[in-house]
Design a protein around this ligand. Structure first.
Ligand code: PCA
Length: 205
């Protein structure tokens, strides 16, 4: 039986017209190479809804990997997130208008959960293709980290599934209008990175 991957991305948030992770998701969804084996799921930027939608998708099907994409404006590289922190810390509301209280996500869980995905190997593959990439030790304190942590928590009971969060920079057109001139990355480069990682997972025996 072929491997199955759940690929998630996010809707735009905090006034941005687009979210590169949504565009990446739509491109993969249209790509016949991945059609059968990669299921896509678009998430709202909501502390309440996003983790539940991922957990519900995981309960419907056994996935070999849950790969989550999100935008991290200001970063310059593709960031392979190693850690989901058991902590919410943000002053920015989500798209439901809700701002979580600063503090632990789950009192019964450890302070951090680590990915079991082979992020060093993925970094190497991307570097071989001259794609700017790094392993990051923080997915932030907002919705992405929250979903990542909760997904790793769900997976605690099924170690045969791996999960990893990948943050991507702004697209050049998002970066352009901003006063602090944050870095941008071409969609083509991001898409190549995601495809290389998907292919690497699907080819693994
Ligand atoms: N990035 C945000 C939430 C949605 C997204 O794409 C984050 O890094 O938390």
């Amino acid at each position: 039986m072929g491997k199955k991957i759940l690929l998630t991305g996010f809707e735009p948030f905090l006034g941005e017209p687009v979210n590169p992770s949504q565009i990446l998701l739509e491109n993969i969804k249209r790509d016949l190479t991945f059609n059968d084996q990669v299921h896509t799921l678009l998430l709202p930027v909501s502390f309440a809804k996003a983790p539940r939608l991922v957990a519900a998708a995981m309960a419907m099907q056994d996935y070999d990997c849950v790969l989550m994409l999100g935008q991290a404006g200001g970063r310059k590289n593709i960031c392979l997130e190693r850690v989901g922190l058991n902590w919410n810390e943000t002053e920015k509301p989500d798209e439901d208008g809700s701002t979580p209280v600063r503090g632990t996500i789950s009192s019964q869980a450890p302070p951090a959960l680590f990915t079991t995905a082979p992020v060093e190997q993925w970094m190497q593959i991307l570097k071989e293709h001259q794609i700017p990439v790094e392993i990051s030790l923080s997915a932030g304190g907002y919705v992405c980290n929250n979903v990542y942590f909760k997904t790793l928590q769900v997976l605690g009971s099924s170690p045969e599934t791996e999960a990893c969060f990948i943050h991507v920079p702004y697209l050049p057109e998002q970066a352009e209008g901003k006063p602090d001139r944050p870095p941008g990355m071409e969609l083509e480069t991001m898409l190549k990175a995601v495809k290389l990682i998907l292919s690497s997972i699907l080819q693994r025996s």
